[in-house]
Design a protein around this ligand. Structure first.
Ligand SMILES: [Zn+2]
Length: 490
């Protein structure tokens, strides 16, 4: 348990920290530290991103804003500085005075000590410029699963010039991930390089063979383990007829939260249409609409291939067609891919702004040491209202389920072993809940499933709030250990 909690905390710390890396100086003391505040910067709102640099000794300092691709968009400072702090603001304008487009930007500081011009140190902080914030009440409560389709040996669609869909998807996915992180949101991304998600290869589906199904299964696993709020799979398309173009957004309706996936699909499709409609005069993207299709990453429990379906509303988005010469030309432009990433970001923000209810959890404390079936265990869980409606008369129930290999991949009931009421929670608020749990038996590996319910007993998991899952190993009570029953009697 302690190991699990610390692993969770480490993960959380990594997820919550805005990417900012102080460069290590000589004698271990950083020459340079950098921090940025005020992200996301809302375009046109007259706000500024605050940048603060600290030097531990006199240095030639350069401070600039660069875009995702590394190009400088604005210089903030260049010259020799004494030891101490320097503060600068950035209003989201480029060198030409024009507002920069929505996207992730990096504040880059480089310092060369006056005393030693041979060593230059560098620090970066990522920030976001956007049209709006993502769940501004508590962005740190939100986790978005970003899934760049294909990768590794699986190219996806390939254009006539050899352009690989997998590379385009990854580029767009990384831009989206940086934008979300810069807005204070957690990201669970399935891959960050041209590699398999299931790497090193693990047998996930239970058929005894490591194959393409396990590569697919690895994607819901990433989203489910992070208990993501939303799942967004990023793809681009191909057709035999090269005149076919335009975006489509897929969802699957036969899920308990299918109506939510449908709403997400509609808003992703609308944002993508608006974004692509802007990229060139005379280009009017065709609207294929929000479409229903049982893609692996969207559909429900379907053994033996699919044992752990995504547990949250999700979409699979097809941006443009690599087979369409004009759209392929657009896809190869970084500015267009940046615009597509911003469309996904805007869709997430718009969807979350109108989401009614969603419950998040964080395990704060649990029992340590050997646990005997029948013991009363004390758990402490933070319950978070991540929706836009107050939670009134809700409870959190705990059920026990024989442990699987990874986690419970379906919304199941299990055996009830505990319950506690949730005080009224306004949107963006959290409460610490103490729950007594009866340790399940017989001895063995169990999973405790924490799931909130409304006053009518409707489960949050059925609306796409992934359950908190806590593994638990129990042993038999002493009397059972001393006098085990015959196998035949069981
Ligand atoms: Zn694809």
């Amino acid at each position: 348990m302690r190991r699990l909690v610390s692993a969770l905390l480490v993960t959380l710390a990594i997820l919550l920290s805005l990417p900012s890396w102080p460069a290590a100086g000589q004698e271990g003391r950083p020459l340079l530290t950098l921090s940025a505040t005020g992200s996301p910067l809302i375009s046109g709102a007259g706000e500024r991103i605050g940048v603060r640099v600290t030097l531990s000794e006199p240095a030639d300092l350069r401070l600039r804003v660069a875009d995702f691709d590394g190009r400088t968009v604005r210089e903030l400072f260049s010259g020799e500085r004494a030891a101490g702090a320097l503060s600068r603001g950035w209003s989201g304008r480029g060198t030409d005075g024009q507002a920069v487009p929505s996207g992730p930007y990096r504040i880059v500081a480089t310092a060369t000590p006056v005393a030693d011009r041979g060593s230059t140190e560098r620090a970066e902080a990522w920030v976001t410029v956007a049209q709006r914030a993502v769940y501004p009440r508590r962005p740190e409560f939100i986790t978005v699963a970003v899934d760049p389709g294909h990768g590794g040996a699986l190219s996806g669609a390939v254009g006539p010039d050899g352009t690989r869909e997998a590379d385009l998807n990854l580029d767009i996915g990384l831009r989206l991930a940086r934008m979300l992180e810069g807005a204070g949101v957690n990201v669970a991304i399935t891959r960050t390089s041209d590699a398999f998600v299931n790497d090193p290869p693990v047998e996930r589906t239970g058929d005894g063979v490591v194959d393409d199904d396990d590569e697919l299964a690895a994607r819901p696993d990433v989203a489910n383990r992070a208990r993501a709020d939303l799942f967004i799979s990023i793809h681009n398309n191909i057709a035999v007829d090269e005149s076919v173009g335009g975006p489509s957004t897929y969802y699957f309706d036969e899920r308990p939260f299918g109506a939510r996936s449908a709403r997400l699909a509609r808003v992703v499709q609308d944002e993508m249409l608006a974004a692509l409609g802007d990229i060139a005069a005379g280009y009017e993207p065709y609207d294929h609409g929000a479409l229903i299709y049982p893609y692996y990453v969207l559909r429900d429990y379907d053994p033996p291939r699919l044992r752990r379906p995504t547990q949250m509303p999700g979409v699979l988005s097809e941006g443009m067609f690599l087979s369409n010469p004009r759209e392929l030309r657009y896809l190869k432009r970084p500015t267009v891919r940046a615009r597509m990433a911003a469309a996904y970001y805007d869709a997430v923000a718009a969807y979350l702004a109108r989401r009614t209810t969603h419950v998040g959890y964080r395990l704060l404390a649990g029992p340590d040491g050997p646990i005997t079936s029948g013991d009363t265990l004390s758990y402490q869980v933070e319950v978070r209202n991540q929706g836009n409606e107050a939670l009134r008369d809700w409870t959190v129930g705990v059920s026990a389920f024989p442990a699987p290999e990874h986690y419970i991949g379906r919304i199941r009931r299990g055996t009830p072993v505990g319950e506690a009421s949730i005080p009224r929670l306004d949107p963006g608020d959290a409460a610490t809940i103490d729950i007594d749990v009866q340790a399940p038996g017989p001895a063995g590996d169990w999973m405790l499933l924490f799931d909130a319910r409304d006053r009518d007993g409707k489960r949050a998991a059925a609306s796409g709030s992934p359950m908190l899952q806590v593994p638990l190993a129990t042993r038999d009570p002493l009397w059972l250990t001393l006098a085990p029953p015959d196998e035949d009697d069981l």
